[in-house]
Design a protein around this ligand. Sequence first.
Ligand code: UD1
Length: 475
Amino acid sequence: MFLCSLCLFVAKWFLCLFVACLTLSGIVDKFRVTGGRELHGRVAISGAKNSALPCMAAALLTPETVTLHNIPYVRDIITQRRLLEDIGATVLTPELRTHKISAAHVELFEAPYELVKTMRASVLALGPLLARFGKAKVSLPGGCAIGTRPIDLHLAGFETFGAEVKLEAGNVVARAPSDGRLRAADIHFNKVTVTGTENLMMAATLARGTTTLSNAACEPEIVDLADLLNKMGARVNGAGTETIQIEGVESLGGAEHTIIPDRIETGTFIVAAALTCGELEIKDCRPDHLTAIIEQLRSVGVVIREVNPTTLEVSCPDGLKAGHVTTAPYPKFPTDMQAQYMVLMTQAQGRSEIVETVFENRFMHASELQRMGAQIHIDGRSAIVDGPSPLNGARVIASDLRASASLVLAGLIAKDETLIDRVYHIDRGYEKIEAKLRAVGADIERVIAPVTATQSSEFNLQVASLQESKLKLEL
Ligand code: UD1
């Protein structure tokens, strides 16, 4: 009896030690990609995470239930769900892609640092909390908020609505005027901001009076959010144009809404088909949300046929030619497709210039692509790509969401094996990308391996050099 208990105790102890070791060393998923396979078949596009995130936050505006369909199964959504639950809302998922959110009981009016640091979009809780409860506290994202990627325009907007906004111990603390209700205002954004527009649009739905937002972002995700808000009883007009008018109402109710397809995932699969000289049918997408992307890709030789309003057929029978592009807010070419386009241009005949105007330092993928053999020269906000250059498999590090997508694309055409570290970045925004790619012929697998101390320090050194100039983007 004593022996049995002792054995049990020792076994438990070893189990704990094993788990602790794994936790300390860290489990880091990688993708192993073997290049050279053409992609053929059909791929279905998931819901847009950049639309789902603000729509989930909008559920905080009402005590009634908001039901959202076509929510993508990605890590940022899990983080947003945790944020809502921490605040006191209940989130039910009767089906994998359906969320029923009820914020009838909200106990906490804040988004803690642990969540905000992993996902900047947590700041979207500010507008709804402030508008409905008159108070909100959100941690500033990872120290970079007032530096390379500020939220100053969100905060200035709340102040124009009459809120008092203070910075306390790394948190933004905002309070509505003494009667608890924000006052409508005319707000001109001096820079186009997507989440800024969304945050202020949500806040304005419950403000006293009519708000006008000018130089607003026009992204399809803004229109999707406005559609949901209007279903909840808001009066939002002009979403999708540079001027949005929001007539404030006393309260909002429940609604049911289906999230639009992800235009960046769609664009990524178009590039995958073209790069591998394959032929893909891309379904459940919205080609009308990708006008600039489709136009640009056609101009460099990609053949894109619109089969119907939700389906595209993509091939690239005659090879690629170089083409310049400049990123800019919607409806122009999106910054979120810049990294993928760069990989495409490494295989194009001639010299392309890619100019990034939305974010500073969004070329972290370039150095990894260079290590694979790409001819890329970075000069400030401009990248010169000379092609075609054969790529070789290498061990590379994913640095942010779209950069990781570009490394997967590069791996698909590289000679031999590419091992991509830190794919948790890609898991933030692409639903089961490896399964979708494998289903159309790619040789890609997820490798789940504990990291040893030596590997970990070697790896951290590489990461440190990558992040030398504080380039940590959490897009
Ligand atoms: C959103 C998208 C992201 C995309 C980006 C640009 C989500 C969850 N994320 O990010 O995928 O890459 O739009 O299309 O929708 N800026 C300020 N002050 C502010 C806010 C922004 O100066 O208060 C600047 C930013 O530093 C950047 C530019 O404005 O240079 C655009 O940023 P913004 O549109 O706000 O990006 P996000 O909404 O964070």
